[in-house]
Ligand binder design. Structure first.
Ligand SMILES: NC(=O)c1ccc[n+]([C@@H]2O[C@H](COP(=O)([O-])OP(=O)(O)OC[C@H]3O[C@@H](n4cnc5c(N)ncnc54)[C@H](OP(=O)(O)O)[C@@H]3O)[C@@H](O)[C@H]2O)c1
Length: 357
């Protein structure tokens, strides 16, 4: 789906020099989002630098509160601190912010939305909308299918996450370590606490007091919020692997009612944006290398989990491009829904109507 015609909007991309910001700019162009004025914002370090957009150089400006004057939609992917300080400034100036950081996701007044799961939650926005974490993003559309058909009791998910999830520096670190290995030189690590090349790190983000990492806990809390299942039992182990793009997940779900793998495949295939790739006889299953560059969520290896009695256990493998559906594509899809439903400046309009004359 993409927006075909509407009044051209002023769109700001905050973090435009980053990996996600760059993908957002590509997505806006690919999906023909109705842009009148495109403002590329980043830190003072990048101000004045030119970014090529379809052959046209755009000069990056520093993200300051004033840079959001006249902006209709602001797509943020410049880290939590930037979002905390600047998203309210943008919203105060009438912009609707779609924020990629974790700064606002669990705020009860901020909708946390996956385009094909809970788009109606966008209506209540007060100027800031949160885009979920990439690991949660690819999981919940698939869980939604099970929730709606047979109910879900418990989810256990183990992730195999690409380095691009950490940003541009991590991509360079993996590339450099592979080259150092080939050249038989010592491997240098600065982004991750250990070498990432030829390794699997059971740490994504910082540790919390409960022994989980912040990334693992995001999957738990964000899934509950998006699926409107506040009591859902979820556990996650998040692992960083030496893959450049696309996260993979091994998922085990305990359902309320019995479910066969065949029915699960049918349910998954009916979700918009989900593609089933599942034929063990031809070694067909989702792969990070093939998912990279696509907007879809790929599901395979669907099988009965015999450790759950009564055919109420189902296991599967989910892969998606963390930079596209996991971040930029969903953000642009949310912007498209705002445009289609007339909710772009909804909060600003409500506030103006409510303010004294
Ligand atoms: N990568 C993913 O898969 C993914 C998925 C979902 C969400 N996210 C989130 O998206 C955000 C960006 O991730 P990334 O992977 O694109 O990182 P990145 O490649 O390191 O890019 C960071 C961007 O943020 C900008 N920035 C940093 N400090 C700033 C400041 N004080 N004011 C304005 N801009 C500032 C940088 O601008 P300069 O060039 O000026 O430094 C750069 O454009 C993070 O919050 C991350 O958690 C990432």
């Amino acid at each position: 789906m993409s927006v075909v015609s509407t009044k051209p909007l002023t769109v700001a991309v905050v973090g435009a020099t980053g990996v996600v910001g760059g993908t957002m700019i590509r997505m806006l162009r690919e999906r023909r989002f109705p842009i009148g004025d495109l403002r590329l914002l980043a830190s003072a370090r990048s101000a004045g630098r030119a970014v090529d957009v379809d052959g046209t150089p755009y000069v990056v400006q520093e993200a300051t509160p004033e840079a959001f004057e006249g902006v209709d939609i602001a797509l943020f992917s410049a880290g939590g601190d930037t979002s905390k300080s600047l998203a309210p400034e943008a919203a105060r100036r009438g912009a609707t912010v779609i924020d990629n950081s974790s700064a606002w996701r669990m705020d009860p007044d901020v909708p946390l939305v996956v385009s094909q799961v809970n788009p109606d939650d966008l209506e209540a926005h007060e100027g800031i909308i949160a885009n979920p974490n990439c690991s949660t993003m690819q999981l919940v559309p698939v869980l939604m299918a099970l929730r709606d058909a047979v109910g879900i009791e418990r989810v256990v998910v183990d992730t195999y996450q690409a380095v691009s999830g950490t940003g541009a520096k991590a991509i360079r670190e993996l590339q450099a370590q592979v080259e150092q290995h080939v050249a038989e030189r010592a491997l240098e690590s600065s982004v991750y606490p250990h070498q990432i090349a030829f390794n699997a790190l059971p740490q994504v983000d910082v540790f919390l007091e409960n022994g989980y990492t912040k990334e693992e806990w995001k999957v738990v809390t964000e899934s509950r919020k998006i699926l409107h299942l506040p009591e859902l039992r979820v556990s996650c182990t998040a692992v960083r692997v030496p893959v450049f793009v696309a996260h993979s997940e091994a998922v085990h779900v305990e359902t309320v009612e019995p479910l066969t793998p065949d029915r699960a495949r049918t349910l998954f295939a009916a979700v918009p944006g989900v593609v089933v790739q599942d034929d063990p006889t031809t070694a067909t299953y989702p792969l990070a290398t093939e998912a990279a560059g696509s907007d879809e969520i790929f599901v395979g290896r669907v099988r009965q989990d015999p450790s759950i009695p009564g055919d109420r256990g189902i296991a599967f493998w989910v892969v998606s491009d963390n930079l596209r559906k996991g971040a930029a594509t969903n953000a642009v899809q949310l912007a498209e829904i705002l445009v289609e439903r007339g909710w772009v400046r909804a909060a600003a309009a409500r506030n103006a109507a409510g303010s004294p004359a």
